[in-house]
Design a protein around this ligand. Structure first.
Ligand code: DP6
Length: 321
């Protein structure tokens, strides 16, 4: 057993995963489609050590505790079971973006952890194997394993377009860097309590078809309305579940309204929002500078990060320790 380091990008879902068909196998209630974000990165180093009594995990320089630690240890247990080993690990993970603020840090976290831990354990999994294993750590992580635009259906996630297919941009308006009160992991369990849950699931195939079609034709106007509708439907499910989840802040709504006003004025951008208050604005590369400047001027927006489509998970030789 040795040491290995992996790099992964979080992904932004254009059609969301919200609710599970099978909790134990972490299978989604609906197919989802996402784009990896090149500008945001998680780096994770794993080393298994024969003399260590328990797993030691740091995230962004601080010891992990509570649910975050439990999820990492459970994932290391899966890798140990595959490798037939009981060695404990030292894990260090670094994000170059605020964790748990709705920037989907669990997607890049479990994609990077899966590759680093399996390699450190001497295993060599192919992309399908890595993606399936990453899914057990966090569902959305299976979409950060392949590169570019990725479709996740039940067990498997696979690429539908490479990063260079299209110069799409995600301009992310960060309205807070604080961790959210309810993780998406816990939120999924509440989804079926919403009277709107079944209605959203019934509508997803149509939205997914529109997004796939727009992607294939590189036509943002063909997919934008479906992206917005699905994000709003997911938040309607969140807001109407019991207990109710309200992830938005006033600045979230300000950005949603601004994006629509800009569009009325001819600037092509469409929004989506994950389980948090930050807003992702999808636009073409040529419009990204303008969208970024306008987002910065919306009251409550603290920072804007612009990202193009990113690669899949990969190993690197620079270790964190
Ligand atoms: C709102 O993948 O974080 O970002 O499988 O329980 O770890 P677990 O959930 P997670 O859920 C992501 C939800 C979302 C939408 C999406 O990325 O599709």
């Amino acid at each position: 057993m040795g040491r290995a380091t992996a790099v992964a990008h979080p992904n932004i879902a254009l059609v969301k995963y919200w609710g599970k068909a099978d909790d134990k196998r972490n299978l989604p209630a609906n197919p989802s489609l996402s784009m990896n974000l090149a500008a945001l990165t998680t780096v994770t180093t794993v080393e298994f050590r024969p003399d260590q009594a328990s797993d030691l995990v740091t995230i962004d320089g601080r010891p992990a505790a509570g649910q975050a630690l439990e999820r990492v240890v459970a994932h290391l247990d899966r890798v140990r079971a595959l490798a037939g080993s009981d060695e404990r690990a030292w894990v260090a993970s670094r994000n170059d973006f605020p964790a748990a603020a709705g920037l989907a840090s669990s997607s890049s976290a479990f994609a990077a952890l899966t590759l680093a831990a399996t390699q450190a354990a001497g295993l060599s999994l192919d992309e399908v194997g890595l993606s399936r294993l990453a899914r057990l750590g966090s569902g959305s992580a299976c979409r950060s394993v392949p590169a570019g635009i990725v479709l996740w259906e039940m067990e498997d996630a696979h690429q539908v377009a490479p990063p260079e297919h299209w110069d799409l941009r995600d301009a992310i308006a960060i309205v807070t860097g604080q961790a959210k009160a309810v993780s998406s992991h816990d939120g999924h369990a509440l989804a079926p309590t919403s009277p709107l849950y079944a209605a959203r699931l019934a509508a997803v195939p149509e939205w997914l078809a529109a997004v796939k079609d727009g992607l294939a034709r590189r036509d943002l106007a063909a997919m934008g309305p479906a992206i917005e509708a699905d994000a709003l439907a997911m938040h309607a499910v969140m807001m109407t579940s019991r207990p109710s989840l309200l992830y938005w802040l006033p600045a979230t709504v300000a950005v949603l309204r601004a994006v629509r006003a800009w569009r009325d004025g001819g600037l092509e951008a469409y929004f989506t929002v994950d389980a948090g208050p930050n807003v992702h604005c999808l636009c073409l590369a040529a419009a990204a500078g303008e969208v970024e400047n306008r987002l910065k001027a919306v009251p409550g927006v603290q920072q804007v990060v612009v990202s193009g489509p990113g690669n899949g998970v990969r190993s690197v030789n620079q270790h964190l320790f």
